[in-house]
Ligand binder design. Structure first.
Ligand code: 4AD
Ligand code: MG
Length: 469
């Protein structure tokens, strides 16, 4: 056995390509990590995986191998280069295997390698986030995340949307919820003060800045130049909620469309979801089957149903009345003017509609300043898309395009208009009805994989008290 020599050449095949080969191939090279090792009478079987597919390929090393002693030292987790012939496998459940002619140990792994054969809990795997991508579940999660990231761009590009990269550092709290992480170069022990308040004019950007909670405000500007735009980028919320649906850093997809109202917005959201569900069914078969068998029984049926489902539209006022008449014992009060809690959202999608629903026309006082005031002057043209099990995955609205009404709403909600003069300008020159939404990519992944904790669909989750890795 040779040590540490990487022999990359034209005979190299990804495991996925080897597993789906049309026929036997002589003299191929595979590189990957050992998932399992089994030794029998003079024969060693390895399962080699390189992340290109859920399935590993079986490598057979027989007693005639020149370095059989050293082969017996190969441990789970080791990185190997294997040369040999791809041949039909006599074993059940696999078409091909590799008869090894030469094995090169690239990187050893001892018995203390934490990912041994037994099934580990997701809690444990979170503590080894640097290794969990090498497990079956996380392999499937991150291949699916990759496939759907690509599909997001494909969906929008096929429809003539412009991809815009909105800033990560910003002075504006779009949602007005005070959940921004601070970005500063001031000395925390000795900040410049004026009237015992920090003088942000002295800071790097000359004003108080933070990490963006949404790219929407800038996306609106681009929509009034390019008609249809979308963002897809990191988003930050310093909310101290330790739930299975919240992380402090997540990825949001935010389309924004000009000459559009709330109905157009809902239609876009519906098309988006349907497209991605069908994309998943057509392109992620092996991983989806794994989630269906191991994570959420009936997942594939659920997605097939969703691909054909009718998305109900439910005005907030009606939602409140359904909840009040439900006879359920909710922990949080149900009353017109109060926000819906996750228990209410789940009751509506799971018990009442058994499918996705748009809740629209929320009371103005519980929604952000930019949402368009309806003619009743009590509600705004907002929409949330709720799905069973996960709850809210999309939040969006038609935007207030009328300058005077926007100004009035901002004043009423205590949103200072001076720092947002640029945003309001759009309402002065060539203003037009426009609408958009934000989809939490991780919430969507939870829905299509069946994974129950948002920490398990993002590579390195950031939550209160946790930014390791
Ligand atoms: O409802 P939100 O706060 O809406 C906005 O930010 C709008 N500016 C979007 C727009 O209209 N362009 O957030 C949108 C979505 C939520 O529905 C949820 O899926 C996700 O972002 N989200 C989170 N995902 C994970 N962790 C968090 N802490 C999240 N907060 C919101
Ligand atoms: Mg929301």
């Amino acid at each position: 056995m040779r040590k540490g020599h990487l022999d990359s050449n034209c005979r190299y095949l990804a495991v996925q390509k080897a597993l789906t080969a049309e026929g036997e191939i002589e003299n191929i090279v595979l590189k990957g990590w050992v998932r399992t090792v089994r030794s029998g009478k003079g024969v060693t079987f390895l399962a080699l995986n390189d992340g290109s597919s859920m399935a590993s390929i079986q490598v057979v090393i027989d007693a005639s191998h020149p370095d059989h002693e050293a082969v017996s030292a190969i441990g789970t987790g080791a990185a190997l280069e294997v040369e040999g012939d791809l041949v039909a496998s006599p074993a059940e459940g696999q078409r091909w295997e590799v008869k090894a002619a030469r094995i090169t140990m690239v990187g050893e792994a001892g018995h203390d390698y934490p990912l041994q054969k037994k099934r580990h809990s997701f809690e444990f795997l979170r503590t080894i986030a640097h290794l969990r991508p090498r497990s079956n579940t996380f392999g499937a999660v991150f291949r699916m995340r990759n496939a759907l990231s690509f599909a997001v761009h494909k969906f929008f590009q096929e429809r003539g949307f412009l991809y815009v990269q909105t800033p990560i550092i910003t002075a504006n709290d779009c949602e007005g919820a005070g959940e921004m992480f601070r970005v500063t170069t001031l000395d925390p022990r000795n900040p410049p003060l004026e009237n015992s308040q920090i003088d942000w004019r002295e800071d790097f950007f000359g004003e108080k800045t933070g990490l963006t909670v949404s790219g929407q405000l800038q996306a609106e500007l681009f929509a009034t130049a390019f008609s249809k735009v979308y963002t897809f980028g990191p988003t930050f919320r310093a909310e101290n909620s330790n739930t299975s649906r919240h992380v402090a850093e997540f990825w949001m997809i935010e389309p924004e469309i000009a000459f559009a109202n709330l109905q157009d917005d809902c239609k876009l959201a519906e098309d988006f979801l349907r497209y991605h569900v069908i994309y998943t069914l057509e392109n992620c078969g092996e991983d989806l089957q794994f989630f269906n068998d191991r994570i959420e029984k009936g997942l594939i049926d659920k997605l097939e149903k969703l691909a054909k489902a009718e998305f109900h539209v439910l005005p907030y006022t009606e939602a409140i009345s359904i909840l009040q008449k439900s006879g359920e014992n909710f922990a949080y009060p149900v009353e017109w003017g109060l926000d819906l809690q996750s228990e209410h959202e789940r009751y509506l999608t799971e018990k009442v509609f058994d499918g996705p629903i748009f809740v629209v026309d929320y009371p103005a006082q519980i929604k952000a300043f930019y949402m368009r005031l309806n003619d009743d002057e009590r509600t705004v043209a907002a929409m949330d898309l709720l799905v069973p099990r996960v709850g809210e995955i999309i939040g969006g609205s038609q935007r207030e395009e009328r300058y005077d009404i926007l100004k009035m709403r901002m004043d009423a909600m205590g949103v200072p208009s001076e720092p947002l003069a640029w945003y309001m300008d759009i309402r002065r020159w060539g203003s037009c009805p426009h609408a958009g939404f934000g989809l939490g990519f991780e919430r969507f992944l939870m829905y299509v994989t069946g994974m129950e904790n948002i920490r398990d669909v993002i590579p390195f989750p950031r939550t209160p008290g946790n930014a390791q890795f």
